[in-house]
Design a protein around this ligand. Structure first.
Ligand code: ADP
Length: 215
């Protein structure tokens, strides 16, 4: 079992790259953002609590997200897979430490770095996501537009802008990221499995770099 950890700024392209890795290498993508949105969509009590946190651009508390991740990792498809990619997890050092407690044969941590904050804001403001939670494909009006306006290329469902992709929430997500997620870089550097990629490059260029690391 291999583990690929994709982390970095919001809008760095983690979800887009994780989707490509999943398709090309048969790794299972685990997006904590998607897991939270599924819970929000199911309107459970936990979902409602997480909805307001997400809409403000804050982080869901560690103990909740760690529990959600552990439950996902216990599912049968993971046991049978070659490996898995985490997208958007870990976002704090504590989350990283907890992930390390789950044994794998090999592990790489890929940090997608964006220096220019305005690139992030522009990308997220032009992002569209498939409304079918089973699909969840990601498009971008500037970099990766859908073939037919407003429709998903993969499943034809309508596309929508995410509730947290508005400028105020995006700016807050960036500052939360700087304070809480950047320390995760040092954690993986110390562990000796960190790879850094400049995420302002194109989707294809970034994927090529990831391929060299993952294979
Ligand atoms: P992005 O990477 O574009 O910011 P995600 O879909 O990964 O989007 O996450 C959306 C939101 O879900 C985050 O802003 C946060 O509120 C919550 N979230 C996702 N993953 C985590 C995590 N590992 N820890 C805490 N909160 C999380």
């Amino acid at each position: 079992m291999k583990r690929v950890i994709l982390f970095g700024a919001p809008g760095a392209g983690k979800g887009t790259q994780a989707d490509i890795i999943e398709e090309k290498y048969s790794y299972i993508k685990i997006s904590t953002g998607d897991l939270i949105r599924a819970e929000v969509g199911a309107k459970t009590q936990l979902g409602l609590q997480m909805k307001s946190i997400m809409e403000k651009g804050e982080l869901v508390p560690d103990e909740i997200i760690i529990e959600i991740l552990k439950n996902r990792l216990m599912e049968k498809d993971i046991e049978e897979a070659n490996g898995y990619i985490t997208d958007g997890y870990p976002r704090t050092r504590h989350q990283a430490e907890e992930l390390s407690r789950m044994p794998v044969h090999s592990e790489v941590a890929i940090y997608l770095d964006i220096v220019d904050e305005n690139v992030v804001v522009r990308r997220l403001l032009s992002r569209l996501t498939c409304t079918d939670p089973e699909c969840g494909a990601i498009f971008n009006l500037e970099e990766n537009p859908p073939k037919q306006a407003g429709k998903c290329d993969d499943c034809n469902s309508p596309l929508k802008q995410r509730a947290d992709d508005n400028e105020e929430t995006i700016r807050n997500r960036i500052s939360v990221y700087k304070e809480q997620t950047r320390p995760v870089i040092d954690y993986y550097r110390e562990k000796g499995c960190l790879h850094e990629i400049d995420a302002s490059a194109s989707i294809e260029d970034i994927f090529e770099q990831i391929t060299r690391i993952v294979v």
